[in-house]
Design a protein around this ligand. Sequence first.
Ligand SMILES: Cc1cc2nc3c(=O)[nH]c(=O)nc-3n(C[C@H](O)[C@H](O)[C@H](O)COP(=O)(O)O)c2cc1C
Ligand code: SF4
Length: 408
Amino acid sequence: MTAMHEAVLLRRRGAKAGDLKSYIGSGGLAALKKARAIGPEETVRILTDSGLVGRGGAAFPAGRKWESVRTAKDPIRYVVLNTDESEPGTFKDRVMIESDPFMVLEGLLIACYAVSATRAYIYVRGEYRHVAELLAKSLRELQQAGHLEAVGPNGAALEVEIRRGGGAYICGEETALFRSIEGYRGEPMAKPPFPTVAGLFRKPTVVNNVETLANVPDIIAFGAKALRSRGTERSPGTKLFSVSGSVDRPDTYEVPFGTRLSDLLELAGGGKDLQAVLMGGAAGTFVFPKDFDLSLSYEGVAERHTTLGSGAVIAFDRETNLWQVAERLGRFFAHESCGQCVPCRVGTRRQHEMLQALAEGHGRGDERGLLTRLSQVMTDASICGLGQTAATAVRSLLEAESAGLLAN
Ligand SMILES: Cc1cc2nc3c(=O)[nH]c(=O)nc-3n(C[C@H](O)[C@H](O)[C@H](O)COP(=O)(O)O)c2cc1C
Ligand code: SF4
């Protein structure tokens, strides 16, 4: 059976996108009103019951994050909307905001109200100038219409700041993002403490992805069951996927969790003569046709040792030399490593050199063994997710080569 594109988050994509009147006319801002009527505790309870997990890659339960900050002792708290979206092949957050900026902002306002945030920050990828402008315009409209009033603590109006990113992949990592907002170099900090305890300016902080917060208004307006009516028991709701590469219709697709990867590819007009897809972006893994029947859910990808990551699905046909793709990924990680810890700073460079040799066909012969050992060290000893995942795609390619799955 072919999957259906199920527009829930993207239902307002099109002509009237970004129009406040039409947003309110189609039920927008009812969830914020309801949240204020039922109070922060009940709002967070509904979110927790819905089973919403973060869509930024780490798949952490959103309700648990909010509850930690809501009940924090420190009265100064922050909410950060992570709009950095720098994972290669990922563009769903941009499409989400372009399609419905008010739904994302309503999710942000509900988060701020629920945890009594003193201020919100929106950190927008540096290259997304028009996204930052659209968010600023939409925020202004909300403010002028009085919708930021009494969203802050003790009935105060909420202050929201938009910050443009510095153009580094690492600035999407939550602790590096905090450093960047604080005016320092975007370098990750070791965890714990986690952001809910000591985040931005070392204060309790909720940091959420765009797609995560876009889910919030429907959950609060219609109850936890609204999310659970789609998807699977352990992965409720729909998921946005950025599908690109060797498919006829590259685009952002919204499908219920549990949809088969082959059906998603078919939706994008591809899936015929594909050699592999890269799931989850540069930090993800290669998946080959024998696994195209996998279920796109958190449990489904874990079963096949892959990841949903940022929701990127990059398709490659049989003409593609996947070692050349791996070389590009290696170059990306070597360039984007912040250089703070040795396993990643040196490891990504050595990895790239060996991938270059393999892609150009002049290796010494021991690269495959060295790459495997190096991947273990980077995964185990790097401080943050960048170094820990810089070798996952390479490792999956080595396994596929041993199994005879590469086309050339
Ligand atoms: C190298 C790196 C880059 C990241 N980039 C992003 C990003 O661009 N957007 C994002 O939402 N999360 C990104 N993350 C994940 C964030 O650290 C964090 O887990 C996320 O913003 C939390 O939001 P969520 O709970 O709603 O998923 C990145 C993580 C790493 C390690
Ligand atoms: S793993 Fe890489 S990106 Fe992360 S802190 Fe270490 S050097 Fe920086």
